[in-house]
Design a protein around this ligand. Sequence first.
Ligand SMILES: C[S@@+](CC[C@H](N)C(=O)[O-])C[C@H]1O[C@@H](n2cnc3c(N)ncnc32)[C@H](O)[C@@H]1O
Length: 452
Amino acid sequence: MSVKKNQIIPLQITSLSSDGNGVGRYNGMAIFVPFTAVGDEADVRVVKVCKHHAFGIIETLHQPGADRETPVCPIFSKCGGCQFQHLTYHAELDAKEQFVRDAMLRIGDIDHPVSPILPSPLSARYRNKVQYPLTQDESGAVIAGFYAGRSHRVIPCTDCILQPKLLNEIARTLCALLTQYHISVYREETHTGLVRHLYLRHAITTDQVLVCLVCNGNQLPHSEEICRDLTARHPEVCSIVLNVNRQQTNVITGLQCISLCGNGLLADEMAGVPVELGPLSFYQVNTRGANQLYSVVQTFAELTGKELLLDLYCGAGTIGLSMAAQCQKLIGVEIIPQAVESARQNAERMGVRHAEFFCADAGQATQRLAAQSLHPDVIVLDPPRKGCDSATLQAVLQMNPPKIVMVSCNVSTAARDVRFLCENGYQVQAIQPVDMFPRTKHVEAVIGLIRP
Ligand SMILES: C[S@@+](CC[C@H](N)C(=O)[O-])C[C@H]1O[C@@H](n2cnc3c(N)ncnc32)[C@H](O)[C@@H]1O
């Protein structure tokens, strides 16, 4: 017997799905309910019915599960950022470890033990980057916040518990300055107005802050006064950049950056690599977590000083450079030109002369390197969420490295790609989940593979 929309059903939550929902069964049908915990007993209102499953929301919670704790943030469950503030961090970690195990088994067909997940050194205020969309209230005051889940409605918030307090304070000052100087805010519906997002980055080792105003235009009225007032209030602000994004798109940043103050860069250190980077380069958002993540990569790579290391999807070069002293030659490949420039400068600052960085699509670059008979000893793959494309994986097989270390923030696509590598001669040696994103459903994993 199926369920109907708006029907209220009694439900016990028995597990968590990888998108963060609690799962219970009603008449044999899986019902997904957000913001629930294993052991919850509740009356649930069915809000959407699909062929084999349905979605519901809690109407009345009769018996809370043992893993529940009170969320700290007043807009938890309204803002789309966090999925797990209602769980103890311990329960969240157990769930994430299970997500990795499930993905490897179901998608990857890999029945290999998964090591206990490494917790994030900080479970709150761990992020080094925030991107606030803006809105205005009835009086015209500029307000920063976050999008509600699966929508572009801005929920006001400048005290996000995932961000350092400093970034929240700078966002509040910026909102006050934009209001004071009557700067317009972008409206998606009409594609009018100027400032779209406030994008802030914090360096934990230098305490510097990079401020980026993403604008539907290439000029910010009163930019001199705004820069002067902002840096006077927050001396940590080292650079202020205007990023031009005139597209009608969900992508936050555009390609052009104009420096309004400072050199447009932020100085930090990650896993021993002195980094300088602008707004367009990828940078791991949890610096302390990344130090831990990279040390797992180093352990799996087992470099001895004689190897050729190929770091694919290398961003600002941080993974490869953190192991530069343990290899004979390092080659990095990355598609964003500014990130490649950062990688080259980072290598120079470290005095590393045996590293080369190419600005190219990973698929095209690896095909070219394979055609040149390049045979790396270790390949690190750290692709974006969509995983590796088949051109890259085919070229990796052609290069035939004895060792591959896959790093991924999306275990579903990682499991798919690892399956392909295993079907073509590789063997999983170790699977290490790492929590880089506490309070959210996202989990990182490092998978070590060898060619036996
Ligand atoms: C998850 S990040 C990893 C970055 C880096 N390994 C690190 O730890 O900071 C993925 C990187 O892949 C880059 N990227 C995305 N698509 C790419 C492609 N087709 N070819 C090469 N790089 C790509 C992104 O710009 C981003 O820097």
